[in-house]
Design a protein around this ligand. Structure first.
Ligand code: PBG
Length: 312
């Protein structure tokens, strides 16, 4: 009876796996603050993608960890840069069995760790960054990315990237906008994962955690600029924003259960303070209940396997 009247269900196809790939790694490198998550080698990334396809996941979102960083993030647009190389490798591995997506942001590639290029006062230069995003979009589309994840929070980024793609005939490459991306403490472990060198913080371009209306406003702007899906991030602490966006959006709404959300549950479970498996499933179910059509979660593969066994 409970199953019959359930309002929300988890399905593998609604889950997207974020995955890190480290340039030059021969073996996967564990991430201390995210137990169970690694920086992949190209080889193990391919295997993880193949497994994700077999499990029926909706997609995989790739993040690169380059060895060399500079002021403009030149590795982001170099076809030989790690993210572009990895994208080609994963597409070759999975073909159309899994949607291959890429993080479109400069922070992994810049030596100052900001999501854009800086002006001479050391502030992020919004419009100069848009030019880099246009180039990055073309490099990622060329490498085979099917959905570009615009996570940099620059104003006008969706319109700029859409225009660059269309001008090159890349009308089939989709864009998911990280519309309501808050300046959050919950990204902490991610910065370990990509070995971020961030100086300062991202409050000049990410949203204030206290602002609910502004999250919806950002999503509506991105939809008007041509976003194919909009995202709320982090997820668990922003379910009100997620519900607002879901009620108003004409495009799919995604949510990103971020590194800190993952780390908190894993850490509590490691102490025996929480029933790990139930907490993992409940945390993702709650995000869907609030209105997410798809959820990016580091537990995507594990959860999909459990769903298929009838255990989640
Ligand atoms: C930016 C980006 C970040 C995350 C995803 N894309 C970091 C940031 O904005 O500081 C965080 C994801 C997570 O914490 O799991 N490239």
């Amino acid at each position: 009876m409970r199953r019959l009247v359930a309002e929300t269900r988890l399905a593998p196809a609604d889950l997207v796996l974020p995955a890190f790939v480290r340039e030059g790694a021969a073996e996967p490198v564990p991430i201390a603050s995210m137990p169970g998550v690694v920086q992949h080698s190209l080889d193990t990334l391919r295997r993880a993608a193949a497994e994700a396809a077999e499990l029926g996941l909706g997609g995989i979102m790739l993040f690169g960890v380059p060895l060399v960083r500079d002021a403009t993030g030149s590795q982001a647009t170099d076809p030989a840069g790690i993210l572009n190389v990895a994208t080609r490798a994963v597409r070759e591995e999975v073909g159309d069995a899994l949607v291959v997506q890429t993080d479109l942001c400069l922070d992994e590639f810049t030596d100052h760790g900001h999501c854009g290029v800086l002006d001479d006062r050391g502030m992020v230069d919004n419009d100069a960054t848009l030019e880099r995003y246009r180039e990055m979009a073309l490099a990622q589309a060329e490498a085979g990315s099917e959905i570009l994840g615009l996570s940099g929070m620059m104003d006008g980024q969706v319109a700029a990237v859409r225009d660059a793609l269309d001008a090159e005939g890349r009308t089939d490459t989709a864009v998911v906008a990280y519309s309501a991306k808050y300046a959050s403490a919950f990204y902490g472990p991610f910065r370990d994962a990509v070995e971020s060198t961030l100086q300062g913080d991202r409050r000049s371009y990410q949203l204030d955690p206290g602002n609910r209306r502004e999250g919806l406003r950002e999503a509506l702007i991105d939809i008007a600029e041509g976003a194919d899906a909009v995202m709320v991030k982090p997820a668990g602490s922003y379910l009100d924003v997620l519900a607002d966006v879901a009620a108003a959006s004409e495009v799919p709404v995604w949510a990103y259960q971020v590194s800190g959300e993952y780390a908190m549950i894993e850490a509590a479970a490691a102490h025996g303070w929480i029933d790990r498996d139930r907490a993992v499933a409940e945390s993702v179910l709650a995000i869907k209940r609030a209105g997410a059509d798809a959820v990016l979660t580091y537990w995507a593969a594990e959860l999909a396997a459990r769903i298929r066994r009838g255990e989640a």
